[in-house]
Design a protein around this ligand. Sequence first.
Ligand SMILES: [Zn+2]
Length: 107
Amino acid sequence: MQEKLICCQHCGRRIQSRDDLITTLYLWSVVPYHTRCFSHALKGCQAVIVGNHPINSTLSGVMSGLSLLLAPLAVLASDIPSIAGIILLAVPGMRLYSWLAYGRHLD
Ligand SMILES: [Zn+2]
């Protein structure tokens, strides 16, 4: 399998390590940043469209776990089960996409 090149959305340089990877929302897409570049993007004009919560953080992992636990309850308890389920599964879905698209290709 060929190694996938992961480039930072801010500087365009290759991201070498998973420790240096931040994934976040940029408008409606999940994009990768260097840890340093993410903070620069938040300070600059891009802060309007860059999500200020990393998707691949520990907090996001905890929130994904809670969402997966609460989604079946929300579907059963809600009058509009499909909407509640979709909203609760969005967080773990984005985290899974982040790992599949970027995280698993880095050491
Ligand atoms: Zn960068």
